[in-house]
Design a binder for this molecule. Structure first.
Ligand SMILES: [Zn+2]
Ligand SMILES: [Zn+2]
Length: 343
């Protein structure tokens, strides 16, 4: 089969390798679409240390079941599927309570770091345990289905937050996750959702997706704008989908007293913030990592048309052209959201 292999940092090679053989409880999936994640972009050039070459990257994928192992019973060849981006054990205390994202043995597909190496989906076939795969209906295209994983991440962040009816929320970061957060927050009963980014092309997309106000942080003081929009009080909820000092502190400073800050972004391993603001304003900070049981929710929302992710897809391209799309994403091309590669 053909695979896009990261041969050394920054450099892919599209070449022939051996097709995987499914284990007894595996399904062999013919990959139809695989999206490039922000973490892939931060990894392929060596910045994150989590994509050590040689490696097949990719954890946001959809496809068709090609074959099943001898003891696998959930799927049949021809079924359209997606699979969890994390290969969780299914047996530890976290897995047993449905918190798959916290699994003691969890490995993300397409990641190689100091602890493990797990090949990903930027190739023609991947074998995964059937217990982590989900069926997708015909109403969801393979390209859209590749975004079920990032959509689940946005839904998980909303589920990690105590949203109350008519809350006002600010989302820092108008990338694909920020955009899906915006849509999920509207579904969850938020009255107004504001979105902040330095890329005005992305903000234009966010505006069309229903943002009540888009704030270009490259030109305006986002905290001041958010305060003005809330009569000086600050927003009820803030979502940090970037993970650097400026955005974390912006999110924190834009909250009202007693507000909630949900953090998904983690580009910087460490950052500095005013502790006294958190303590004296009784700010609730919640970390949100990956997703747990949100796959089924995301599939249902997409299949029924209640969560449309098509505007998050900037481009689809053959897998063979992966290199140039990684490079363009790394160069932070304006307005470039999700790129979906087709093996
Ligand atoms: Zn991802
Ligand atoms: Zn586990």
């Amino acid at each position: 089969m053909k695979a896009l292999i990261l041969e050394q940092y920054g450099q892919f090679c599209y070449r022939e390798i051996e097709k995987p053989i499914p284990g007894a409880r595996d399904v062999l999936i013919r990959v139809k679409a695989v999206a490039i994640c922000g973490s892939d972009v931060h990894g392929y050039d060596g910045r994150s240390g989590r994509r050590k070459p040689p490696l097949i990257i990719g954890h946001e994928a959809s496809g068709v079941v090609e074959a099943v192992g001898g003891a696998a019973a959930k799927f049949a060849p021809g079924d359209r599927v997606v699979f969890n981006s994390v290969l969780y054990c299914g047996e530890c205390a976290y897995c047993r309570s449905g918190r798959f994202n916290l699994c003691r043995e969890g490995r993300t597909f397409g990641v190689s770091c100091d602890d493990y190496r797990q090949e990903g989906a930027m190739c023609e076939y991947i074998a995964v345990p059937e217990r982590i795969a989900y069926r997708i209906p015909a109403s969801v295209s393979f390209e859209q289905a590749a975004l079920i994983e990032p959509a689940s991440i946005a839904l998980h962040a909303v589920n990690a937050t105590a949203v109350r009816l008519n809350d006002t929320a600010a989302v820092f970061g108008a990338g694909a996750i920020g955009l899906m957060l915006l849509k999920a927050l509207k579904r969850s009963g938020c009255g107004r959702v504001y979105i902040v980014d330095v890329d005005e092309a992305k903000l234009e997309i966010a505006e069309k997706s229903g943002a009540d106000r888009c704030i270009p942080a490259n030109r305006l003081d986002a905290v001041k704008e958010l305060r003005a929009l809330t009569g000086g009080n600050g927003v009820d909820l803030a979502f940090e989908a970037v993970g650097v000092n400026e955005t974390f502190n912006g999110a924190l400073a834009s909250l009202r007293k007693g507000g909630g800050l949900t953090v998904l972004g983690n580009v910087s391993p460490k950052l500095e913030f005013p502790l006294q603001t958190v303590v004296m304003n009784e700010i609730r900070i919640a970390g949100s990592y990956g997703c747990a049981t949100e796959y089924e929710t995301a599939i249902d929302l997409m299949a029924s048309g209640r969560l449309d992710v098509s505007d998050c897809i900037s481009a689809t391209a053959p897998l063979a052209e992966g290199q140039q799309w990684f490079d363009r994403l790394r160069a932070r091309e304006k307005g470039l959201l999700k790129v979906v590669l087709l093996p």
